[in-house]
Design a protein around this ligand. Structure first.
Ligand code: GCO
Length: 256
């Protein structure tokens, strides 16, 4: 492997990584040499997932941190514990996200707030806990998992699109404040990927046909197809990249 992409000796915290895109990126970062801290709210699920990764990837170091990314006090305590007991966090992947689909005019305040809290505010809360430590070390990589919905949207996901659009701008805000301290903050924007979050969409014959037609590559993405971008943005190869959003979308954002 080109040493530019070697993550040996680095530690990555990946929020929302007990399944789906977060787990796929955590696996890829571990395969590139990083020690990994998995996060979710279910400690048992995290422990099972971590053990499976340790078996799958020889010499991997995988820890777990069960905490609610929307709870500022819990986030601060968890980051303190990780840095004290596992390792300093060199790479933060803000991946935690949910969907609560509803037409805007019918959307409840709870559906709005839950999505904005989990998909946007959490990235602020976790980065606010981690960044001062990275600043003190004058190095750190922050990767926010945005979406094609940071730039475009469709009916019934107005809360999700607002959150992901905000996350794109929060990424730029992090970059402009923290680059001088040696940190790089960037984003990955997945298109439509085959995950649990999208199972109902994939199983809908009409929606599946629309997505495969709307995506120039003509198919759904595979979670492992995010790994290259994650390793790039987590590695020395991206030391002069800041405030950027890299779409991994099969060409969707390029097409009318
Ligand atoms: C939907 C989907 C999308 C995508 C996600 C990809 O309901 O249209 O969940 O939101 O999966 O945005 O980044």
């Amino acid at each position: 492997m080109n040493p530019l992409f070697d993550l040996t000796g680095r530690t990555a915290l990946v929020t929302g990584s007990s399944q789906g895109l977060g787990l796929a990126m955590a696996r890829g970062l571990a395969q590139a040499g990083a020690a990994i801290v998995l996060n979710g709210r279910d400690g048992k699920k995290l422990a099972t997932t971590a053990e499976a990764l340790r078996v799958e990837i020889a010499r991997s170091r995988v820890g777990t941190a069960a905490f609610d990314v929307t709870d500022g006090a819990a986030v601060a305590a968890a980051v303190e514990k990780i840095e004290a007991e596992f390792a300093p966090i060199d790479i933060l992947v803000n991946n935690a996200g949910i969907q609560r689909r509803a037409p805007l005019a019918e959307m409840t305040e709870a559906q709005w707030r839950e999505v904005l809290d989990t998909n946007l505010t959490s990235a602020f809360l976790v980065a606010r806990a981690v960044a001062p430590r990275m600043i003190a070390r004058r190095a750190g990589k922050i990767i926010n998992i945005c979406s094609v919905m940071s730039d475009v949207t469709r009916p019934t996901i107005g809360n999700y699109a607002a959150a992901k659009g905000g996350l794109k701008m929060l990424t730029k805000a992090m970059a402009v404040e923290w680059a001088k301290h040696g940190l790089q903050a960037n984003a990955i924007a997945p298109g439509y990927f085959a995950t649990e979050l999208n199972r109902s969409l994939m199983e809908n014959v009409e929606f599946n046909k629309w997505i495969c037609g709307r995506t120039p590559a003509g198919r759904w993405g595979k979670p492992e197809e995010l790994v290259g971008a994650a390793v790039f943005l987590a590695s020395r190869a991206s030391d002069f990249v800041n405030g950027q959003m890299l779409a991994i979308d099969g060409g969707l954002l390029a097409a009318l």
